[in-house]
Design a protein around this ligand. Structure first.
Ligand SMILES: [Zn+2]
Length: 308
């Protein structure tokens, strides 16, 4: 398995989203990526190997330490859930030892089963997880995708690690411009969430199976180089035209969830400018799941850059 493929899998953990309730906005559950971060810690420390990840107190403690920083609303501190449910991702198996036999774990493990329950990476990820550089890249991907707010706390604010730069370089070939998405994983995620539809004009052109031939780009609201934020709420699917116009601050998505257009645009000058002008006041075309709607901070940032 290539590192890029592994990062794609990590970007696509389907952690589940909440509904809006008791006035709290919907959000993605943090459990699966938190457990994987805890596992990478244990492997770094020699307390686990990719082929034997014990269900143990150290794992629970590392899960809880980050959980307390990122929990939202009614999230529960339950590392046993992802320990079991990560098995649906196709790269994780959980087992229990019964005498000399190992049998597949049938349900979430209990605290009293520590010492008997363990998990392992499969499907090729186990080879990557054995390599310190690949573990760093995987940790970096998990933080950028799920918990960009933790980067500062974990002391990785300033540097883009080597693996990150490699991902950028690899992406340039497919995507032309680095700022148009750090990684193929972000692009796939955004196109999937937006169902390949431009959030400005609604254009959807998809030539065949696979995202690489889509006409639609994955745009960051606050550029990745500045934010290191690959969370889908920092993204937007846009056609080439509207991506171009947004990146030149001619159009901007604003916190009122409508498009705003720079007064520099003169609709009398050309059909092209008239079309951009007509976007003013139109609603953003957003994904169905409100947990993935653009966040206020990114919209404010874009809106503030609109050329006056
Ligand atoms: Zn468009």
């Amino acid at each position: 398995m290539s590192l890029n493929r592994a990062i794609s899998l990590l970007y696509d953990l389907h952690p589940g989203t909440t509904k809006a309730e008791d006035g709290a906005p919907p959000h993605e559950r943090p459990h699966k990526p938190l457990l994987l971060l805890a596992v990478l810690d244990l492997i770094d420390e020699g307390r686990a190997t990719p082929n034997r990840i014990p269900w143990c107190q150290e794992l629970r403690d590392r899960f809880s330490a980050r959980f307390l920083l990122v929990r939202k609303h009614n999230d529960q501190n339950t590392p046993e859930n992802p320990f079991f449910y990560l098995q649906t991702q196709g790269f994780w198996e959980a087992w229990i030892e019964d005498g000399s036999r190992q049998i597949p774990l049938q349900t979430t493990p209990l605290v009293r089963q520590m010492g008997k329950v363990f998990a392992r990476f499969t499907n090729g990820i186990e080879h990557l997880a054995a390599l310190p550089d690949a573990r760093d890249a995987m940790r970096e991907a998990l933080l950028s995708r799920y918990f960009p707010q933790l980067r500062a706390i974990e002391g990785m604010e300033d540097e883009a690690p080597a693996a990150d730069r490699a991902a950028i370089a690899a992406d340039e070939g497919a995507n032309e411009q680095t700022e148009y998405g750090r990684s193929p994983a972000f692009r796939r995620l955004i196109l999937d969430i937006y169902d390949h539809q431009c959030a400005a004009c609604g254009l959807r052109i998809r030539l065949s199976a696979g995202n690489n031939v889509s006409f639609i780009d994955a745009a960051h609201l606050i550029p990745f180089a500045q934010s290191h934020n690959d969370h889908p709420t920092n993204g937007l699917a846009l056609c080439k035209n509207h991506h171009w116009a947004m990146d030149r601050d001619i159009i901007a998505p604003c916190p009122d969830l409508r498009w705003h257009v720079s007064p520099l645009i003169d609709p009398r000058r050309s059909n092209g400018e008239q079309e951009l002008h007509e976007l003013a006041g139109k609603s953003l075309l957003l994904p169905k799941d409100p947990a993935f709607h653009p966040d206020e901070e990114g919209l404010r940032w874009r809106c503030g850059k609109l050329s006056a």
